[in-house]
Design a protein around this ligand. Structure first.
Ligand code: HEM
Length: 119
């Protein structure tokens, strides 16, 4: 079954919660009370795209296994996000590490140039 974002948006009540994670549509209404992260976050993302937030929590493989029970369909192609390199599974932490690593490399490079010029 394919759903558009417009259809997902209609399910945004505490008694009817759908959300999109990795282009798949989940009906988590029955899971609200069981969610270890609390029902508030799920209700907050009711009817919305929650991929980044889901990934940033670093959900366990157990969690990913569990979510299959609530899968009801896929997001219509037209509504899917274009994939960019940053979206290819890099978590926020990894992105920050990459930026910090690049900044350190530039720093070392500048220090070397600075030293060489001093002589
Ligand atoms: C079908 C969707 C989801 C399932 C099956 C699910 C499942 C779980 C499970 C099993 C845990 C316990 C820790 C773990 O095993 O990783 C957890 C924790 C958590 N989840 Fe979810 N989750 C879902 C969606 C979301 C979404 C959309 C958000 C945020 C917008 C979210 C935020 C959190 C938070 C904040 C925690 C607590 C982490 C902690 O206490 O360390 N979850 N979730």
């Amino acid at each position: 079954m394919k759903y558009t974002l417009e259809e997902v948006r209609q399910h945004a009540k505490p008694t009817d919660v759908w959300m999109v994670i990795h282009d798949k549509v989940y009906d988590v209404t029955k899971f609200l009370h069981e969610h270890p992260g609390g029902e508030e976050v799920l209700i907050e993302y009711a009817g919305k795209e929650a991929t980044t937030e889901f990934d940033d929590v670093g959900h366990s493989s157990d969690a990913k296994e569990q979510m299959k029970q609530y899968l009801i369909g896929e997001l219509a192609e037209a509504d899917r996000k274009k994939k960019t390199k940053v979206d290819s599974g890099l978590t926020l932490d990894k992105r920050l590490a990459l930026i910090a690593g690049s900044a350190a490399a530039i720093g070392v490079g500048l220090a070397m140039i600075f030293k060489a010029n001093k002589k």
